[in-house]
Every structure is written in C-alpha cells, then in structure tokens.
Ligand binder design. Structure first.
Ligand code: URA
Length: 242
C-alpha cells in the first residue's frame, strides 16, 4: 500500500499532515529514510518507524457503536448525518461500514468494521444470527401475539421465520408495554412490521445484541469503542479471518 495511506491509517494524521512528516525525514522504512508519500510498502512485513518508534498496522478494525436516533446506517448520504459522522478521523481512515442497518429512529448496538467477510457472514441468512431488540409498544401485546410471532408472521412481501416475543412489562392504564423481540433475519422495518401485523405500534426500538455482541450499557449514545479481545474471539464462530 502507499506509505501515506499507511501512515494515516495508523493514526499519524491526515494525508496532508503525514506528507509533512515525510518531508521532514521523520519516517523510515526498513531503516531507510523515505520522503515520498507514493512509496509502496508491504504493511505486513516492512518495518516502518516514526521518530524511531515502530508503527504497527491493523488490517481490520471493529467498533461497537451505540447508535443514537437521527443518524442513518450508511457510509454517506447527501442529506442526513450518517454513523460515520460519529467517528473520529483516525477511525474513519479505515473505511469502515455498518454491519447491517438500523432505521434512522432506531438506537442501540451497531457494529462497524472494514472486514467485509465478517459482515457478509454475520448478515448471511444461513448463519441464523440472533438480533435482540427491546421495543416500547403502543397497545398491549398478548400471549396470542407471542404465539403469532412463534408461528412465523406473514408480511406482504416476506414470510418471517419464527421469532421470540417476550413481554417484559405492561401498563393497562396507558395501554403500552415493553417487549423483547428476537429475530434471525433483517428485512426492511422487520420488527415494526411484525408488531404492526399484531395491530400494535412500535414507539421506540433499541437493539440489544447481534450474535455474540451485546450492547455495552456504559457506552453513551453516539459513542463507540473497539471490540475487546473477548468480543473479537467470540466472532470466531463465523469462521473468517479476523
Ligand atoms: N426492525 C425494524 O423495524 N427496524 C430496525 O431498525 C431494526 C429492525
């Protein structure tokens, strides 16, 4: 890869900033000063140093984001703020993207990575990755709805696989309830449409988990962190290079 791209990706600064460092002869590759941003390096083998300190390269990065409402799960959009606008420059250098989508008004766990194979595996219907949501509902969900979810709801364009509906709390006075819903698919507005099929409405939707990854409740809305080594290890079930 190009040396200036490498230096940016390891966090030394923007392309312009790293060009200045190169010009000042502060970067060495395998013991030789390099000044050209276009120099090609093998990031897996070459030893690159900045002021004598070795720079190590991470091929893949993984960020656990607590997505707030109001941003969209895309990498760019002409009108709206995207989840990438929540990242700092260094994280953005890695060209990450969201693994799957949450609606603009949904909040909670979203994984961002630049590992395309992992994203493909986590989103593959064949892998049956459980997604758990907590939903506030206008209307009272019933044991009959639990059965309707378990039997598999037929939407206009899709026959849903059996899903788990657990009623957490119900308030007769306000005719509202809180539920947990586990689905293994990720069709457009799926949870909202499944609830609507039972004649009720989702008023708030939060994703709690996706496969082995669980929302970190210490992560404020809009913030993100790298996966821990345990979380990364848990992704080995997908059988791809991490
Ligand atoms: N189901 C929905 O309806 N919306 C989401 O954002 C995720 C699942």
């Amino acid at each position: 890869m190009r040396l200036d791209k490498f230096l940016s990706e390891v966090g030394l600064g923007s392309r312009t900033e790293v060009k200045a460092l190169l010009k000042k002869k502060q970067i060495m590759v395998n013991g030789k000063v390099k000044t050209s941003p276009k120099s090609q390096i093998d990031e897996t083998r070459d030893q690159v140093t900045y002021q004598g300190q070795e720079l190590s390269y991470e091929k893949y990065v993984y960020y656990l984001l607590n997505k707030p409402k109001g941003v969209i799960s895309a990498t760019d959009d002409p009108k709206h703020r995207t989840v990438l606008d929540l990242l700092d420059d260094r994280a953005r250098q890695k060209e990450v993207f969201p693994v799957g989508r949450l609606d603009k008004d949904t909040h909670g766990l979203l994984l961002l990575t630049n590992n395309g194979q992992l994203a493909y595996a986590m989103l593959s219907p064949k892998k049956h990755v459980d997604k758990v949501y907590e939903a506030e509902i206008s209307g009272l969900m019933t044991d009959q709805d639990v059965k309707i979810f378990a039997d598999g709801i037929k939407l206009s364009d899709h026959d849903c696989q059996p899903a788990l509906l657990s009623i957490i709390s119900s308030d007769e006075t306000s005719q509202t309830c809180c539920v947990q819903i586990t689905i293994r698919e990720g069709k457009f507005h799926q949870v909202k449409r499944m609830v609507a099929a039972c004649g009720k409405e989702v008023t708030d939707l939060k994703r709690l988990s996706m496969g082995p990854l669980v929302l970190d409740e210490h992560l404020a809305l809009g913030l993100y962190r790298s996966l821990t080594s345990e979380e990364l290890e848990s992704l080995q079930i997908f059988g791809v290079e991490l």
